[in-house]
Design a protein around this ligand. Structure first.
Ligand code: H79
Length: 468
């Protein structure tokens, strides 16, 4: 439905006066059409997204029967496991009551601000006391409402609460029939809605509903997402939805890559580049990201105005692999000292071409850059050996340069073309991950000219200008 921008502006202005009235309409069954629904989201988005744009770091949790089989969350489909055999594995899915409190504690100590748990993955097994789906963790396996423990744990640790909810479902026979049988499809869509309604009704305030698995029904039309999403939003109007039911909603979800997007975005990343669900800890260790690589992801996310949703697959009892807990702990230590360079950072890229952008602000040769207002943060993974570091492209010198983790002031000179930071210690001064952050404090938002385009061939002048 194409609606002229003028008309959309009118609708937005009308909705802005009383957004709640729109949710009331939906609750009465008087559903909004797509343009009006999107206007409602536009009008309410900044307020709803505020905490999420501050957060920049969340922990993803993949947990289910597949955790007990150790072959990844796709094994049921990829290896055509017999359903009976798969269900027998539920006996080994031995979540220990209280483990969720550890998840939330470790996540908080890692510096994450929210979590997202697979309440039901593609295998169709629910981790809560569902009255709609009896194939769940109260009737089988641990006999515990894991979602309830998780939700309470997040609240206790002050984390925002995300619930992952698959669309595709390998257990419900109506799903497979949906593509050829309209009645099966209707039943299945009702089933999907009712499961999500349980999640958004029985567990208090939920902050994110994270869809996945759009396959087979293809797109928002196939999943009737306009109807499903607005009815779910009417249950909890502050909620954030991702884009994976085919409508843009609140944020996009690049998977296994960190690429900026114009819209709000969240990169979900496995910890081992192989599996989301639990796999053998000893073997996995060889493939895990280092804390330094993860900090680098955090810089890239923050610089591009996005979030990192970093995955952990706990073991069948719900325990995090020790190697992961250790790494998360050091990331947390680093963030406690250096988080100002990450949290709340908004997009620094001005221009986009296939997701790439020219930096609005520059650093030295091998630095990562984020910025907020008059302040520029340089992550420095390779500390200069000769006691000096050059930063070029700024028209004016900063008023002060300091190390973020200890506040120590650094001496510098400015020659009109480059800032030369001098008298640096010979070794990286950052004790946790050897990633110090150098803070450039300017009087006002600095004018910056991209310094990388053959400046040396142009008497130090740059060719491109990415700001002003
Ligand atoms: O939950 C995690 C994945 O299981 C899920 N999304 C993240 C967050 C996901 N669902 N689908 N996909 C990812 C993409 C599917 C890729 C596939 Fe394959 C390629 C399915 C079949 C071939 C990779 C290889 C997965 C199974 C075999």
């Amino acid at each position: 439905m194409l609606v002229p921008e003028k008309e959309l502006a009118r609708i937005r202005a009308e909705i802005a006066r009383d957004p709640e009235a729109e949710y009331e309409k939906i609750r009465r069954g008087d559903l909004l059409d797509l343009p009006r629904y999107q206007c409602l989201l536009d009008v309410t988005r900044d307020e709803r997204m505020q905490w999420w744009r501050e957060a920049r770091f969340g922990i993803f949790m993949h947990f289910g029967i597949y955790s007990a089989r150790g072959a990844g969350e796709w094994e049921l489909a990829s290896c055509a496991v017999e359903p009976d055999e798969y269900l027998r594995s539920a006996e080994n899915f031995a979540y220990q009551s209280g483990a969720a409190r550890e998840w939330a504690r470790i996540a908080r100590e890692a510096g994450a601000k929210y979590m997202v748990l697979t309440t039901r993955h593609h295998d169709g097994f629910s981790l809560w006391d569902s009255k709609i789906n009896l194939y769940n963790s109260v009737n089988y396996g641990p006999h515990i409402d894991i979602v309830r423990e998780y939700v309470e744990a997040c609240r206790a640790e002050g984390l925002k609460i995300g619930l992952y909810s698959t669309l595709m479902d390998w257990h419900n026979p109506d799903f497979a029939r949906s593509t050829v049988d309209p009645d099966a499809r209707r039943r299945f869509l009702d089933y999907t809605y009712e499961l999500n309604r349980e999640l958004l009704t029985n567990y208090g305030k939920i902050d994110i509903l994270w869809y996945d698995g759009i396959f087979l029904l293809d797109n928002s039309i196939g999943w009737d997402a306009l109807r499903m999403n607005q009815r779910l939003r009417a249950l909890q109007p502050h909620i954030l939805l991702n884009d994976r039911a085919g409508l843009p909603e609140d944020f996009t979800t690049p998977e296994e890559r960190v690429v900026p997007n114009k819209q709000d975005w969240e990169s979900c990343m496995t910890f081992n580049q192989i599996s989301w669900g639990y796999v053998d800890e000893k073997l996995e260790r060889n493939y895990q990201y280092s804390p330094q690589q993860i900090v680098r992801m955090l810089f890239n996310c923050a610089a591009g105005g996005g979030n990192l949703l970093l995955n952990v697959g706990p073991d069948p009892t719900g325990k995090f692999p020790d190697s992961i807990t250790e790494k998360l702990r050091s990331i947390g230590q680093w963030l406690r000292a250096n988080g100002e360079a990450i949290y709340g950072i908004r997009r620094k890229y001005k221009r986009f071409a296939d997701g790439a952008g020219f930096g609005e602000f520059g650093g030295g040769a091998l630095t990562w850059v984020t910025a907020q207002g008059e302040t520029v943060y340089l992550g420095v993974p390779f500390w200069p050996k000769d006691g000096s570091m050059v930063v070029a492209g700024y028209a004016e010198p900063p008023k002060r340069i300091r190390l973020l983790h200890n506040g120590e002031e650094l001496s510098f000179r400015f020659d009109g073309r480059r800032i030369r930071i001098v008298d640096l210690p010979p070794e990286s001064p950052e004790p946790i991950l050897q990633i110090p952050v150098i803070v450039l404090e300017f009087d006002e938002i600095p004018a910056y000219r991209y310094a990388g385009a053959c400046a040396a061939l142009n008497n130090g002048n740059t060719v491109f200008s990415a700001s002003k």
